[in-house]
Design a protein around this ligand. Structure first.
Ligand SMILES: CCc1ccc([C@H](C)CC(=O)N[C@@H]2O[C@H](CO)[C@@H](O)[C@H](O)[C@H]2O)cc1
Length: 803
């Protein structure tokens, strides 16, 4: 990173203390004597935020002055988590904050713990967007993130009798110090209405209109040299929609209905992470985000340029999956209808601007909007899509069965996004291969080179420096600082894998992380765990393809084995689960209940509870991940091969010294290549073998008949061992195991069991385990989101760093 814009020097403790007290008194209105932890946090956030403003202004001004190309990352989700400690670290303020708070008898951790997570996302896609924003700022890439300012993020999860219960999340209930309200930045977004032709031009007059109002959050890069903007849109009634007459007539509900409708556009995040519900409000949310963002982008562009055809030289828009894919038709609409650009020229220009990232192959996750709904909500856009469809058919010449953007009365947003983008990327090498071969074979043929791979990454600032301070300090003490922005430097740790002293220090930092996590778990959830056990963790959204079921079935088998032979010298193991299920995903919710039912029996079994525990702390999210991941010894990445596009949790665990047990799926393939096959516990069918096995009728029964161990497990479940009060609770699940098993849990069980016994053997040899863990950390540099962003900048966005 060129050290062009030197960050301002860190304040002295005295200066920072003064700033903190000034905010406590004048921003929060409290004296130190009276201040609560909440007051201190708000005051501290403002004192830290003050240091973000200068690099933010500098970056904005330099981008204007140097007329630099900007990147716009459009995403329906940004799974940010907390910001206080992250911003303090990136601004180089963590040490001075810890010192000054100490002078008031406060710990940074207890003050920071009160901040609500900004949970504006479901899982992988949303968190990736947050890591990428931080990396773009660290890399000095001029960029904006555009998203929705949901009043309610991803629901809060708690368990009642082992069942998931959802309650609304309310992050905005208290003041959000990172939010800069921009009432002057507001755009009307139209919906519905009618079309009329006038002199060969189409005029769209929307039936209703909502105002998109901007809220900005500074995204500071590591080192504080550059800062970008996350602009979140809030829906506001365009005019005073409150119907006073109706109110005076006593019909309050009707009076506020139009207003409520307007606000509903940014009310709540849809909690589905794999099924496209096809709901009108979801499509309206997607268009609301896209239209406001595209209008803001064009306003900024035209403030410095006249020629709209040069847009691709100064603007790169990245669509985070198909959710903002309406951006193509929206930009074409504005260029053609409002700026008089010729249709084909507009299509060419727009294609030069747009990039599309695909994050899943799951058919049910590919968005297909009904033509009827699209015509109702976005009639002009449907027209444009139909024209693009016609052009796309022509492009395929005499192909007997041409691929359509519109077919079976549905608009395929994936095909639309592909057709209107100059680059399309998958998120791991294996996934991109499958995207080319299975998802878009015809497009790929028509546009060779349009598909590129950019393997996901994670920010080492949040996921190592912030989450695992003891390991981060050990690394810096060993190889010096600088790895934070040049993660490949971790390779310098390799020789230390053979250094007993370093292995001990490494072991101690893992132990420290485990005690930090178990302390929090006991205090926050009343779950007691023995820190010297093997911490075996599977934390991610609940989904059948992620195979939490395989994990819990193996756990039952392990429990049964211990009961059969308690003296066999079993290594104490703790099975940690974490993750939410989409509220309408019943099989996923049943698997959650099974995990809790098994935990209930196993944890209360006096014969085994000293050797095996199952913990499932509710409400897994970013902040829990920051505590849990550094404490893990084993990372479960056990999806059915070909179904996990990449995974990013897998990277976070390996970077924090956990060993992976996993299949050849998503980024596991590349992690294993980088850390070495000998430092990875591989099992399971490959993507090709999965396809073959699925083609074999009765493959589930065949696999079950070949595994006494698994049959004993299913027998116990069928007998109600884990649900004595409801013996038939899992009949549906058992039936699916015997008769379909689409996710091949039975077919992979025995090999998984084999890999798990290798884990136990290896864990029994601490030097060997530490050595493998250190080599994992040393060889994870490639998986920094800085590397991913560098590739986006060179292969898709054609943008230079400003630093
Ligand atoms: C329309 C409902 C919906 C919402 C979100 C999604 C996301 C694409 C699901 C998701 O988060 N996918 C995950 O993206 C990660 C980041 O690339 C990958 O690492 C995961 O493998 C992938 O499952 C699909 C469908």
């Amino acid at each position: 990173l060129r050290d062009a814009a030197a960050a301002q020097p860190a304040p002295t403790p005295a200066q920072f203390r003064q700033a903190l007290l000034r905010h406590l008194q004048y921003t929060v209105g409290k004296s130190p004597q009276k201040a609560s932890l909440f007051d201190w946090r708000i005051a501290l956030s403002h004192a830290v935020r003050d240091h973000a403003v200068d690099p933010w202004f500098n970056a904005t001004r330099r981008t204007w002055d140097e007329d630099r190309k900007r990147v716009y990352y459009l995403s329906m989700e940004f799974l940010i988590g907390r910001l206080l400690e992250d911003q303090a670290i990136n601004l180089g303020l963590r040490e001075v904050v810890v010192q000054v708070l100490g002078e008031f008898g406060l710990s940074f951790a207890e003050v920071a713990e009160g901040e609500p997570d900004a949970a504006l996302g479901n899982g992988g896609l949303g968190r990736l967007a947050a890591c990428y924003l931080e990396s773009m700022a660290t890399m000095g890439c001029p960029a904006y993130g555009y998203g929705l300012r949901y009043e309610h993020g991803l629901f809060r999860q708690h368990f009642e009798n082992g069942r998931q219960i959802e309650t609304p999340e309310n992050w905005l209930a208290t003041d959000n110090p990172w939010d800069f309200t921009r009432p002057e930045v507001a755009y009307p977004v139209g919906f519905g209405g009618a079309l009329a032709e006038h002199n060969g031009a189409w005029i769209w007059s929307p039936g209703s209109q909502v105002l998109a109002s901007a809220h900005d959050t500074p995204v500071v890069g590591y080192g504080g040299k550059w800062a970008n903007t996350l602009r979140l849109w809030a829906a506001m009634p365009s005019a005073d929609l409150f119907d006073l007459n109706r109110f005076n007539a006593g019909d309050f509900a009707a009076a506020s209905e139009p207003e409520a409708l307007a606000r509903s556009l940014s009310r709540v995040l849809y909690p589905n992470d794999t099924t496209d519900g096809g709901k009108e409000l979801r499509l309206s949310q997607e268009y609301f985000l896209t239209s406001a963002s595209v209008q803001d982008i064009l306003r900024r562009y035209l403030a410095a340029h006249q020629d709209l055809l040069k847009l691709p030289e100064f603007v790169a828009i990245q669509m985070n999956d198909t959710h903002p894919a309406i951006a193509g038709p929206e930009l074409i609409r504005l260029l053609v209808d409002e700026h008089g650009v010729n249709f084909d020229t507009a299509v060419q220009t727009v294609t030069g601007v747009l990039g599309y990232t695909n994050h899943t192959l799951l058919p049910e996750a590919l968005e297909r909007w009904s033509v009827g709904l699209m015509r109702k909500v976005l009639p002009r856009h449907l027209q444009i899509i139909e024209t693009l469809d016609t052009q796309f058919i022509q492009l395929q010449g005499s192909a007997p069965d041409p691929v359509r953007l519109v077919s079976n009365d549905q608009v395929s947003m994936g095909d639309l996004a592909f057709a209107t983008s100059h680059k399309v990327n998958g998120v791991s090498a294996l996934h991109t291969e499958l995207v080319s071969k299975d998802l878009f074979p015809v497009h790929n043929e028509l546009h060779p080179g349009r598909i590129v791979n950019i393997t996901n990454g994670i920010t080492p600032r949040r996921w190592l420096k912030l989450a695992n301070p003891s390991l981060a300090t050990l690394i810096t003490d060993t190889i010096g600082a600088g790895w934070e922005t040049d993660l490949e430097r971790l390779r310098e740790l390799e020789p230390y894998a053979d250094d007993p002293a370093f292995r001990d220090a490494f072991g101690r930092s893992k132990r420290q992380a485990k005690e930090h996590f178990t302390g929090w778990l006991a205090q926050e959830h009343g779950i007691e765990l023995p820190a010297d056990a093997l911490f075996d963790a599977q934390v991610k959204r609940l989904h059948e393809y992620k195979r939490q079921l395989l994990n819990i079935l193996w756990t039952i088998a392990h429990w049964q084995r211990i009961k059969r032979d308690p003296q066999a010298g079993w290594a104490p193991r703790v099975k940690i689960f974490g993750g939410k299920a989409a509220p309408s995903y019943h099989m996923a919710k049943l698997i959650i209940q099974l995990i809790n039912d098994v935990a209930n029996v196993v944890n209360n079994d006096p014969e085994t509870s000293h050797l095996l525990r199952v913990a499932y702390p509710p409400n897994y999210g970013v902040s829990m991940a920051e505590k849990l991941i550094p404490a893990a010894d084993l990372s479960e990445q056990i999806s059915t091969a070909g179904m996990e596009a990449s995974g990013t949790g897998n990277m976070k665990f390996a970077l924090n010294g956990a060993l992976t047990i996993g299949t050849l799926d998503g980024a596991n393939v590349e992690i294993r290549e980088h850390v070495g096959a000998e430092n990875f516990f591989l099992f399971g069918l490959t993507t090709e073998q999965v396809a073959e096995r699925r083609a074999q009728p009765g493959h589930a029964r065949t696999a079950l008949e070949a595994s006494q161990t698994l049959r004993d497990v299913l027998q116990a479940i069928a007998e109600g061992v884990f649900s004595p009060d409801d013996r038939h609770r899992y009949d549906g699940l058992l039936d699916a195991m015997w008769n379909s098993d689409w996710f091949l849990v039975a077919s992979d069980f025995e090999d998984y069991d084999r890999a798990q016994s290798e884990v136990a053997d290896c864990y029994g040899d601490p030097d060997r385990w530490q050595r493998m863990a250190i080599l994992n950390v040393a060889r994870m540099g490639y998986f920094s989101s800085d590397r991913s962003i560098r590739e986006y900048m060179s292969q898709i966005w054609n943008v230079e760093s400003a630093l």
